[in-house]
Write a protein that binds this ligand. Structure first.
Ligand SMILES: CCCCCCCCCCCCCCCC(=O)SCCNC(=O)CCNC(=O)[C@H](O)C(C)(C)COP(=O)(O)OP(=O)(O)OC[C@H]1O[C@@H](n2cnc3c(N)ncnc32)[C@H](O)[C@@H]1OP(=O)(O)O
Ligand SMILES: Cc1cc2nc3c(=O)[nH]c(=O)nc-3n(C[C@H](O)[C@H](O)[C@H](O)COP(=O)(O)OP(=O)(O)OC[C@H]3O[C@@H](n4cnc5c(N)ncnc54)[C@H](O)[C@@H]3O)c2cc1C
Length: 667
């Protein structure tokens, strides 16, 4: 049975068509699993189709040949076209659809609305009072104003308690005075701040009667709504080119005693009364919720970044022929090499695993905000914070690795910007830094782990959250042939041992006289290892849970192969812990390796379709190597011909320098 008839096209590269015919499942059904529901998967396709009917949105010039100014202008032009069609294309205020629309049309290099959608609006939703939402949220959603999230400063990003921008309350005028007291207090990095936004959420130290209350969110108008000129008292601009994201104007911002009304402090959870009295929020870290929001999305977003790179690498590997196996009359597809499969397939498995985690954490955040806003219930905050802190760190790290492997798997052409993989890599690895530097966030996750271990040691295992319950599991001998649960048990033992070892080390330093902070720092590497194992256990369990819940038999079978690969690959990757602690034997190691190699063979016929299932359009992929039709070579040649360097036969640099130099050399 051939599942993909609707997508197979006679004009496509025959090698890719052959791959699509071997699929054992329906890619539309797989897309439902990837995107969480039949409805959303279908909406994505519908939106993609509608976009393809708008001529002004079809790809013009490759972004690789554009300057930053051209990229920004092009993104703005596309946003303008989108704005004209917004209501026909997507359901208004549907965040997932808006994200899909932006990804599809504008790509990944950034645009003026990126932070507006991902942080500005979410901060208004979670932090603004009903009255404040009335005033700003509607305007923001209609895109009458453009906002960003200005928190990080030149001198401080991780340690928020030391942010230097002040918001000093003046009871006589009922205003806050925003001020940048030093060069290091300049806001630095916020996306879309430099040139596009006219509003910002500014995180500043709230000061009332000389007392500091720590960082709080304020909504601040930065530019005149008519002229777009910065308002007096505001210095704002672009921070310059970056490793990637060069279609975005990450910016700097300084205030010179800039006054805003009292009502611009976002007051859903805390208040400053006209006389300057301060009402505390129900949880000290509630003002950090927008960061938790983005972190809760990152497993999904990073999974999709890695998926884009893998679609490109897998399709290309199916059309690239080089070298021989048995048949010496025809070169093989490079996808048939075991090393190529080993390079790519474990990342395919991770993509699926990360996306399943993302579907879960996005929902957890939505529930949390509902609980907090409706019932004032903040009890879920600590768990979601530790989970998303660990998850964003592990996922971004492996995504970076996976994309780089995908790049190398494409050989020389992977290094060309025609592959687009370098851009995907640059964008994805920014996630290791933004929304909390990875080490810093792993250490946040470790705080929760250490507390949990201490609870067990103090004899209160009943107080553990469900995610920590494995810390009480006794050591057992495990038969790996019984299936996924056996792998979970071994992983739990490994993660538990590391959590206890790291905590023991921390306590040892403290008993020897170190303060908790110093002991913490001396144990930090071990603590981050514990956090990674804890998080990888969560990812593994989520993957198993999700596959178990699938009802379509052929989709479930294909994902079971991927899950088995994941289980074996992950366990092999942490085998040094298991061997050192005697949790696993070398015979078990051999078993795992053999399972891994046979998983690669099982996945091979489905590889292209597993990636086709993401249903990225060529417009979104922007990759010559990853084209759906597989016509790589002629299009690489066309792409190279469109390079600005090839618009004339003799470059001015040759006439001006090389020719005279060669002439001089003849004398
Ligand atoms: C549109 C199309 C594109 C689509 C595709 C998407 C991709 C394209 C978009 C790109 C978008 C880029 C967007 C980047 C946007 C930025 O990067 S915005 C800036 C982000 N900045 C950060 O993340 C800063 C990281 N630092 C922090 O979050 C905090 O300083 C730290 C590290 C959590 C420490 O905070 P602290 O206040 O010093 O707290 P600390 O003393 O360590 O802990 C105190 C307690 O609070 C708890 N706590 C701390 N934070 C929290 C929290 N949030 N919740 C609950 N409890 C907490 C701790 O667990 C701890 O608990 P205990 O252990 O004591 O019980
Ligand atoms: C592409 C991009 C987009 C961004 N967008 C925004 C935005 O929209 N809005 C915004 O406000 N910010 C934004 N940022 C800033 C970003 O959030 C910060 O850069 C990030 O939080 C890291 O902070 P930092 O730069 O101060 O790193 P630092 O903290 O200076 O990190 C440097 C090193 O110090 C280590 N370190 C720091 N503290 C500790 C600790 N306690 N324990 C152990 N090690 C530690 C880190 O692990 C790291 O190795 C963006 C950044 C990038 C790259």
């Amino acid at each position: 049975m051939s599942f993909l008839n609707k997508e197979i096209c006679d004009g496509d590269n025959p090698d890719l068509t052959e791959e699509r015919r071997t699929a054992t499942f329906d890619t539309d059904r797989m897309a439902q699993v990837i995107y969480g529901s039949e409805k959303f998967a279908a909406r994505r396709r519908q939106i993609t189709k509608s976009i393809s009917r708008i001529p002004a949105l079809q790809d013009t010039k490759p972004l690789a040949f554009m300057t930053r100014e051209e990229k920004i202008t092009e993104a703005c032009r596309e946003l303008d076209v989108l704005s004209d069609h917004w209501e026909q294309l997507i359901y208004v205020n549907d965040e997932e659809e808006a994200l899909h629309l932006h990804r599809e049309v504008i790509g990944m290099e950034g645009h003026p609305f990126a932070l507006h959608e991902t942080m500005f609006i979410p901060t208004l939703v979670s932090q603004a009072s009903d009255e404040q939402q009335e005033k700003w949220l509607g305007r923001a959603r209609k895109r009458e104003i453009i906002g960003c999230y200005a928190q990080t400063e030149l001198g401080h990003g991780s340690n928020l308690r030391k942010l230097e921008t002040t918001a000093t309350y003046s009871p006589s005028t009922q205003e806050f005075i925003l001020h940048t007291p030093t060069i290091t207090a300049l806001k630095w990095w916020p996306g879309a701040l430099g040139k596009s936004s006219n509003y910002a959420i500014v995180m500043a130290d709230l000061v009332i009667k000389n007392k500091s209350y720590g960082p709080h969110p304020f909504i601040v108008q930065l530019r005149d709504e008519k002229t777009h000129q910065p308002l007096p008292g505001i210095t704002v601009g672009d921070i310059g080119p970056k490793m990637a994201f060069n279609g975005a104007d990450n910016g700097f911002l300084g205030f010179d005693h800039f006054r805003i009304p009292r009502g611009n402090l976002l007051m859903r959870h805390n208040r400053v009364e006209p006389d300057g009295s301060y009402l505390k929020p129900p949880h000290a870290k509630i003002g950090y919720s927008s960061m938790v929001k983005v972190r809760s999305r990152m497993a999904m977003d990073q999974g999709l970044f890695m998926a884009q790179a893998l679609v490109i690498a897998v399709r290309y590997s199916a059309v690239r022929r080089q070298g021989f196996l048995e048949d010496k009359s025809q070169e093989v597809k490079v996808l048939d090499y075991q090393t190529q499969q080993h390079r790519l397939f474990p990342s395919i498995a991770r993509v699926y695993a990360f996306i399943f985690c993302g579907l879960e954490t996005i929902q957890l955040y939505e529930k949390l905000i509902l609980d907090v806003n409706k019932n004032g219930d903040t009890s879920g905050m600590a768990d979601l914070h530790s989970l998303t802190s660990g998850l964003k760190s592990v996922v971004t790290h492996f995504t970076g690795q996976g994309i780089e492997q995908a790049r190398m798997a494409c050989g020389g052409h992977g290094y060309s910007m025609a592959s687009y993989i370098s851009e995907i890599y640059g964008v994805a690895v920014a996630g290791c830094t933004y929304e909390g530097e990875n080490m810093v966030m792993l250490l946040q996750c470790a705080r929760a782990l250490v507390k949990a271990v201490e609870l067990v040691e103090e004899g209160h295992p009943e107080k553990l959250s469900p995610m920590m319950a494995y810390l009480t599991k006794p050591s057992v001998t495990v038969d790996l042939t019984v299936g996924p649960e056996a792998y979970v048990k071994i992983f739990q033992l490994i993660a538990k041992k590391q959590a206890f070892k790291a905590t023991e080390q921390l306590h040892k330093f403290m008993v020897a006289g170190d303060s908790r902070d110093v002991a913490w720092n001396k144990s930090a590497v071990e603590l981050t290892k514990a956090s990674r194992l804890h998080t990888r256990l969560y990812i593994l369990k989520t993957f198993i849970r999700r596959v178990e819940s699938i009802t379509d038999i052929s989709v479930k079978a294909a994902l079971t192969d991927l899950l088995n690969l994941h289980l074996n690959y992950e366990l092999l990757d942490v085998a040094s812990y298991a061997l050192a602690d005697g949790i696993m034997s070398s015979t078990q190691m051999d078993f795992i390796k053999n399972q891994l190699y046979s998983s690669l063979e099982k996945i091979r016929p489905n590889a292209v379709s597993l990636m086709d299932s993401f249903q990225f359009s060529d417009l979104q992929l922007r990759s010559v190597l990853g084209r759906r039709d597989g016509h790589v070579y002629q299009n690489l040649f066309e792409w190279a011909k469109s390079s600005p360097l090839n618009q004339s036969e003799v470059l001015p640099s040759v006439t001006q320098y090389l020719k005279p130099m060669m002439e001089k050399s003849k004398l």
